[in-house]
Ligand binder design. Structure first.
Ligand code: ADE
Length: 227
């Protein structure tokens, strides 16, 4: 899997690319992540990438040309181009699973007050990470890249994501580690029993309880899907 990210703020990705699971996944060549500065694709004076909006209004608008040139340069037959914007489809685990099966993804980080609408003509999908507005698409691109990368075969232990929250529209079950008693709070007895079948049953029940308590909307969604 290859992910190319177009941004005006390359530095923001330094810590992300060089820490933890993303670092390991890159080093073991499970994923190749390239960060490109949109400014490098500008042929205007002073590497200009944005301009004032036609019709007036506040702020600067990301121009078409640097983005079109970048996509011309990076896009292959197997590429899927995504624009990060608060107006996009809301990202979720199902979407992460679908994207993790792709060979090449190009993520465009929008910035400032917006982008020239004509950029959407070369975009396969607009994606948002939630109903709030960030200063730019960089944090969204990191969130999307992170959740996709951990699903790529061999990046993390399969067991670690088989029980992920949101699989089957259920949240995860609660987990505990040592010590067995902490400030009078005890680990549920069943987890100490060594009886794997009972533990699995208990965990399945806890997933449903947890979801009913914290995210009942997920169970409603599941029922709707059945209808
Ligand atoms: N850019 C600004 N806000 C965003 C959001 N919520 N999701 C994706 N990209 C964004």
């Amino acid at each position: 899997m290859r992910i190319d990210i177009l941004t005006l703020f390359q530095d923001m990705f330094d810590g992300f690319l060089n820490s933890s699971i993303i670092k390991r996944a890159r080093e073991s060549k499970k994923v190749e992540i390239n960060i490109h500065n949109i400014r490098d694709y500008s042929v205007y004076n002073n590497k200009q990438v944005d301009d004032t909006p036609y019709g007036g209004g506040a702020g600067m608008v990301l121009m078409c040309d640097p983005i079109f040139r970048a996509i011309d340069d990076l896009k292959k037959d197997n590429s899927y181009v995504i624009m990060l914007t608060p107006q996009g489809k809301t990202f979720n685990q199902e979407c992460a699973i679908e994207l993790s099966k792709m060979e090449h993804i190009i993520l465009i980080c929008g910035h400032y007050e917006g982008f020239d609408e004509r950029i959407l003509s070369i975009v396969d999908m607009e994606l948002s990470i939630g109903d709030y507005v960030l200063t730019g698409g960089e944090i969204a691109a990191m969130a999307v890249t992170d959740s996709i990368t951990r699903l790529i075969d061999g990046v993390i232990n399969k067991e670690s994501y088989e029980n992920d929250s949101f699989n089957d529209n259920l949240l995860d079950y609660p987990t505990y580690t040592k010590p067995r008693v902490y400030r009078n709070m005890e680990v549920p007895e069943i987890l100490l029993s060594g009886h794997h079948e009972n533990i699995n049953k208990y965990r399945q029940q806890e997933k449903i309880k947890n979801t009913l308590k914290k995210r009942p909307d997920l169970l409603e969604e599941k029922n709707h899907e059945k209808i």
